[in-house]
Structure formats: structure tokens, C-alpha cells
Design a protein around this ligand. Structure first.
Ligand code: ZN
Ligand code: ZN
Length: 387
């Protein structure tokens, strides 16, 4: 059985769309403007994705100090050339000083830049207890204060060039899935396992230009589909199985996230047929409610209501979605009571699911960007159920 039917409707031209050059100018200033509200007069940025968002630097080790009058990025000699190039490419070489050296030398540079500052904000979700203790001992004249979301709240609204990268990541994932549907439905004399499908997807994404997968690919078949975050196993996929495929690609640091659930070889039957219908209706309702001015919690409520009406409120035990960008899970969360406001440029997933232990489960997920008058879905793979 060949699935030209599905692969043919994936728009591969999106794989060739131009991506705009990154422009990071002004971001450090926007962080500086938020320091007062955070109760600090300087901020030590330690989260690698936040450092990347502010400076373009992608190294695995670095500290970025934003002070009242400047900013300095410190890292070690491995990144001497790379850091200078990335700051220049990002257009922030004038706004961010670069200091290269060992740990001691880096802390000396930061200490000098901190002179005259009273309250140093730390990213409370990222700093270890031992790091905090060591900085407190080294800089006794500065009060260390916990901060939360100073950079990540700014990251919620994506620039056009960031959306370009997320479109490419989604296009890569769409094309990769189209390339493995034959594996799911084809000659299974040898048996196709969840692991084999996951490996083929990961390989296809790399071949299509992904620098990595966005997260560990989920392929969950039969009863495994009832586990929302199942890891692929050696289980052979059988005709009639539901198969949840949840995966994404990473392109120039930005990620995609998509879930499709298929019924292999024949339509779903009995209770599972109803699960497919209800989750699809819930997901459509959620997608339709993504618009500027809406609260994230409202998207969750809309999805949850459809599933509750069908009697499965207690079988939808995770949030409806999350922000995506440099991280696979970032602000805003889309769950019960989420108060974040959806404004143009915010990227969220909508991914309701129903899971019946022992029988199977269905989850359908798209990644959407909020536009001026509604939303645009980045993940375009068809939602046909029967493979
Ligand atoms: Zn996902
Ligand atoms: Zn997701």
C-alpha cells in the first residue's frame, strides 16, 4: 500500500522558503527596562536559550550580565572565535562586551561590572544552589534576588525571522512524516516496530535539513498509545492499531511540535472510533479559538469542554498546550487557568488527547502562531486517520 495520497499533499516548497537574517538589536535594552519590576538593578542570565535569544551566542558555557549601563558576555577559550562571530552576526557587538577566560577570570570581569549595583537578579529556575552560594560568597556587597520570566516572557512574542525558522522546522517534520507512512502501512512480514518508525523519522528530518530533532520522538502503538509520553519500544505495529506519532524538528535553534494519531490499515472500531472523533473535534475547537486577545486558559477550556461532554474529562490529564521556540516547552503554558494573553507573534501548541488504559489513545497536536486577526497553523500534515 502506498501513501502518495498523503505524501502528495505535503507542500514541499516550504522547504525552500527563504529565512530572514536574525536581528537581535534592542533585546538587551528590553531586558534592562524590566529589571526594576523584577526588583533588581542587574541580571545574570545563565539559561543558554536566553543567552542565545539576547546575543546569538550558542556555546554550551557562558554568563551574560546585564547591568544598568552595559552588558558583558563571558565564556571560555573554546568559544573565543565563535562568540565574537555570533555577536557580530546578531548585530549586538556594540551592545554586549565579550570577555574570554577561565572561570576565575570570568568572575573577576563580572565583579568589576557589578560595582555600584545593589541587587543582582538570578534566573531562579536555572541557578543551582551551589552556584548561588558561591556567587554570594564572592560578591558579598551585592544582594542576590530571585527573578522569574524576565527574559522568557519577552521570548513569547516571536519576530518574523524566528517564525521563518519555525515554519522550516514544521515543513521538515511534515515531509519527514510523509516519507515514513509507507513504513507504517507497508509490507510488515518482517514487522515494523515503534523504534524503527522513530528512527526513520529522525533520519528523514536530518536528511531534510534539521540540525536535530526537537525532542525525543514518540511513536506509541496499540495499548502503548494510552501512555501520553510513551517511549518507542520494540513492539510490532499491527493492523488496527492506533499509533500516536509526536515529534518535531529543530532548524537554526527553533523547534516544531506536531502529533498525529493514525489507525493502521483500517478505520478504528468501537470505543476507539469515538475517541478519534471526539479528540479531533476538541482539537478543531481549540485551534479555532486561538486569536489575539484570548487568554491561554480559554483555549484549554474550549478543548476540555468537548472531551468532558463525551464523558472522558478524567482521561485528558495533561495541559492543552505550550509555547514553542528555542525550547520545546516555553511560555506561555496553555492549561486550566493560564492567564497569559495571546498576542500576535505568540506561538502555542494545541494538543488535546484521550487515553484509555489497555485500549489505546489519541492525541492531535498542531503548532500555531497568533496573527493580527486569528492564527496560522505551522504544522500542515493532513489529519486523516486511516493509514
Ligand atoms: Zn508534541
Ligand atoms: Zn507539544
Amino acid at each position: 500500500m502506498h501513501n502518495d495520497r498523503l505524501s502528495g499533499v505535503v507542500d514541499r516548497s516550504r522547504l525552500d522558503e527563504a529565512v530572514g537574517a536574525p536581528v537581535l538589536t534592542g533585546r538587551v535594552d528590553r531586558v534592562r527596562a524590566r529589571l526594576g519590576d523584577a526588583g533588581a538593578d542587574a541580571l545574570l542570565v545563565t539559561t543558554p536559550e536566553n543567552i542565545r535569544w539576547l546575543t546569538g551566542f550558542t556555546g554550551s558555557a557562558g554568563l551574560l550580565l546585564v547591568t544598568a549601563g552595559g552588558a558583558v558576555l563571558t565564556t571560555d577559550g573554546r568559544y573565543r572565535t565563535q562568540a565574537a562571530e555570533q555577536l557580530a552576526d546578531a548585530g549586538v557587538a556594540d551592545a554586549v562586551d565579550l570577555a574570554i577566560g577561565g572561570v576565575e577570570a570570568q568572575l573577576t570581569v563580572l565583579g568589576t561590572a557589578l560595582v555600584g549595583h545593589a541587587r543582582l537578579g538570578l534566573e531562579s529556575g536555572n541557578v543551582t544552589w551551589s552556584a548561588m552560594r558561591s556567587w554570594a560568597a564572592r560578591w558579598p556587597e551585592v544582594e542576590l534576588v530571585p527573578t522569574d520570566g524576565v527574559v522568557t516572557e519577552l521570548r513569547m512574542v516571536k519576530d518574523g525571522w524566528e517564525i521563518d525558522r519555525m515554519v522550516r522546522a514544521a515543513a521538515i517534520a511534515d515531509a519527514a512524516l510523509a516519507s515514513v507512512t509507507d513504513l507504517l502501512t507497508g509490507d510488515r512480514d518482517m514487522g515494523t516496530t515503534e523504534l524503527a518508525v522513530a528512527a526513520a523519522l529522525d533520519h528523514a528530518m536530518r536528511e531534510l535539513g534539521a540540525e536535530d530533532r526537537a525532542f525525543e520522538t514518540i511513536v506509541a502503538s496499540g495499548p502503548n498509545a494510552a501512555k501520553p509520553h510513551a517511549r518507542p519500544t520494540g513492539r510490532r505495529i499491527e493492523v488496527g492499531d492506533p499509533v500516536v506519532v509526536d515529534f518535531g524538528a529543530m532548524f537554526d535553534g527553533y523547534r516544531s511540535d506536531m502529533t498525529r494519531t493514525f489507525s493502521v490499515g483500517r478505520p478504528p472500531e468501537g470505543e476507539m472510533a469515538r475517541v478519534f472523533e471526539v479528540v479531533a473535534a476538541s482539537q478543531r475547537a481549540g485551534v479555532a479559538s486561538v486569536r489575539p486577545g484570548e487568554r491561554a486558559g480559554e483555549i484549554d477550556r474550549v478543548c476540555r469542554d468537548v472531551i468532558a461532554e463525551a464523558g472522558w474529562a478524567d482521561r485528558f490529564e495533561h495541559g492543552t498546550g505550550h509555547g514553542v521556540g528555542l525550547d520545546i516547552h516555553e511560555a506561555p503554558s496553555v492549561g486550566p487557568g493560564s492567564t497569559a494573553n495571546l498576542s500576535p507573534g505568540v506561538v502555542v501548541t494545541v494538543e488535546p488527547g484521550v487515553y484509555l488504559a489497555g485500549l489505546g489513545g489519541v492525541r492531535i497536536e498542531d503548532t500555531l502562531v497568533v496573527t493580527a486577526d486569528g492564527s496560522r497553523t505551522l504544522t500542515e500534515f493532513p489529519k486523516e486517520v486511516v493509514l
